[in-house]
Write a protein that binds this ligand. Structure first.
Ligand SMILES: C[S@@+](CC[C@H](N)C(=O)[O-])C[C@H]1O[C@@H](n2cnc3c(N)ncnc32)[C@H](O)[C@@H]1O
Length: 259
């Protein structure tokens, strides 16, 4: 039996940039995901699990014809409210699950799904659905947190040493390497690549941001002068891009595999 909450309010789990490294990470993740969808006039783009709708609205602003698909009535209503504050072309909002998208095959030039696959109870079906509704020369873009990032590994090892070897109490509450309770899957690069490459010809596999959430780093980068902080974050991001297995977020993109 599938138990679902169609009135789910995800405001508490959608992270907002409260620290400099968080702001950088979420801005880069958004820029790269939206950029890979190549928004522009005449393009038809689907945002799967569109949440508040901010990405669908941004894509529509760049001239694309956009649909935001989201199962939660509450999130869909919040997205419509947000859109009501904006001028210009707006997305269409559709209620729908990622694993049963209510669209004809090959109807979109690009499909994006950002920061959401780990919330899905049927992620492989969802990715197959995204491939189905994308044109053969189109592109599916997936962006997902990497729970095996360098930062997660480092912090996990350090906390293990602190708590188990030194017998000290935990230094903080929920750690960024703990998988939140509302996630069905703990993704790392290998799992994401395996699931995505089953239905997509992967053209892009890259990382975004390095060292996000490491307590010492978050504090240090917060204290640096603006330009030095930006330069450091960009330098780490350039490393992450080449070594996605270590990065904080992984982005994968490509057209559907030929049937
Ligand atoms: C963390 S939010 C991300 C929202 C948005 N993509 C963003 O980047 O802000 C995850 C979203 O996935 C949606 N969701 C959860 N399970 C889903 C499913 N099976 N199919 C489609 N969307 C789902 C939730 O309602 C929620 O809006």
């Amino acid at each position: 039996m599938r138990v679902v909450d169609l009135d789910r309010d995800m405001r508490d789990v959608i992270p907002t940039g409260t620290t400099r490294d968080s702001e950088f990470l979420f801005a880069r993740m958004t820029d790269r995901t939206l950029g890979l969808a190549r928004p522009g006039p005449g393009r038809r783009i689907l945002d799967v699990a569109s949440g508040f709708g901010q990405d669908a609205i941004a894509l529509a602003r760049r001239g694309a014809w956009v649909v935001g698909a989201e199962p939660s009535a509450r999130m869909t209503a919040l997205a419509a409210l947000e859109a009501g504050k904006c001028d210009g072309p707006l997305p269409a909002w559709v209620r729908g699950w990622a694993d049963g998208l209510p669209f004809a095959s090959r109807s979109f030039d690009a499909v994006i799904c950002k920061g959401a696959i780990d919330h899905f109870d049927r992620p492989t079906r969802a990715i197959a659905e995204m491939a189905r509704v994308t044109r053969p020369d189109g592109r599916v873009v997936l962006a997902i947190a990497n729970f095996d990032s360098l930062s997660c590994r480092w912090a996990r090892a350090f906390d293990g040493l602190w708590e188990q070897w030194l017998g000290r109490p935990p230094r903080r509450g929920r750690r960024h390497y703990d998988v939140p309770q509302d996630h069905f899957t703990r993704y790392d690069l290998d799992l994401m690549r395996e699931q995505a490459s089953a239905v997509l010809e992967l053209e892009v596999v890259e990382g975004i941001s390095l060292a996000w959430g490491l307590p010492g780093w978050t504090r240090s980068v917060g204290r640096l002068p603006e330009s030095a902080a930006r330069a450091s974050l960009l330098a780490l991001d350039a490393i992450a891009r080449r070594f996605p297995s270590l990065s904080d977020v992984v982005v994968l993109a490509g057209p559907p595999r030929a049937a």
